[in-house]
Design a protein around this ligand. Structure first.
Ligand code: NAD
Length: 258
């Protein structure tokens, strides 16, 4: 999809919401990381245009662990070399300034923490480690990658020989820390949604909770999302461009005294 310039009027409206909010949070999806070279699932270059989503289900993991790990090895290649982009960095800066209180993410790439965000809830877990499904021993992902690359597919536990599973939430598994995220959303008066198609539940309830409690919803996404109808502001351009413009607009408003 061709990138389009951000509408600066919408960016200004979003900045005003954030500056006037008492408790604003961010909710992010795979689209914030595509500019770091990690493909999303449903965007124009998304993984689901190449693979079937069945591959990320618990059933598939248990019935085809070898093929499952072959797919995850490909995903890990992009995740392990990725660096935070302008959108992650701007968001971390907004947190440092006290404008954003927390980041609730569906991403598993660890790029918010790498950018400097401190208060991050990872609803779908992380690709930075794996765990034995039998004894629960935890492995840093670089060790798992070494196992796979030396021919152990699927990778196995050194202690009990059980199959390792990435510490991510697969389709069919409960999300992590959802109660904490829900509680946070329900006491927030603004949410900045960045790079999510807002189709995966229960994660996509986060902006709905904020709206239902009377808060404002800002959506930054290249394409229309399922929840554009409830947004107060929609900024339809690349996350890096939008977040760079939003950060400078917030600074400008603060310098002028709100
Ligand atoms: P999604 O793939 O469903 O949607 C991503 C959205 O971002 C799309 O609507 C797309 O148009 C938009 N987008 C892509 N690049 C963009 C850019 N540069 N600027 C602005 N918008 C952009 O992703 P989702 O909503 O997060 O939900 C799917 C699942 O994907 C989550 O469960 C998550 O765990 C998983 N996932 C995570 C990663 C990651 O950690 N980086 C990568 C792929 C998938």
């Amino acid at each position: 999809m061709q990138s389009q310039p951000c509408d600066l009027n919408e960016v200004r409206r979003a900045a005003e919401i954030l500056v006037n909010a008492k408790h604003a949070i961010a909710f992010t999806g795979a689209g914030i990381s595509t500019e770091s070279g990690i493909p999303d699932f449903r965007g124009p270059q998304g993984l689901w245009r190449q693979y079937s989503p069945e591959i990320a289900t618990t059933e598939y993991f248990h019935s085809h662990p070898k093929e499952f790990w072959a797919f995850y090895r490909v995903r890990l290649s992009s995740i392990f070399i990725a660096k935070p982009n302008r959108a992650h960095l701007a968001l971390a800066e907004l947190e440092g300034m006290g404008i954003i209180k927390a980041v609730i993410t569906q991403n598993v790439d660890g790029l918010h923490q790498a950018a400097g965000s401190k208060n991050v809830i990872e609803l779908h877990g992380t690709m930075k480690r794996a765990r034995c499904i039998v004894c629960g021993r935890e492995y840093p992902m670089d060790i798992v990658i070494r196992k796979i690359d030396s021919g152990q597919l699927p990778p196995l536990c050194d202690d009990c020989g059980g199959i390792l599973k990435p510490d991510v939430v697969l389709f069919g598994e409960p999300v992590k820390d959802f109660d904490k995220a829900q509680e946070l959303a329900m006491r927030s008066d603004a949410v900045l949604v960045i790079g999510s198609s807002l189709t995966v539940y229960p994660a996509a309830y986060i902006p709905i909770f904020v709206k239902e409690m009377g808060g404002k919803v800002i959506i930054i996404n290249m394409e229309p999302t399922e929840l554009d109808y409830l947004a107060d502001v929609v900024i339809r351009c690349r996350a890096g461009d939008a977040m760079t413009a939003l950060l400078s607009m917030v600074k400008e408003l603060l310098n002028r005294g709100g």
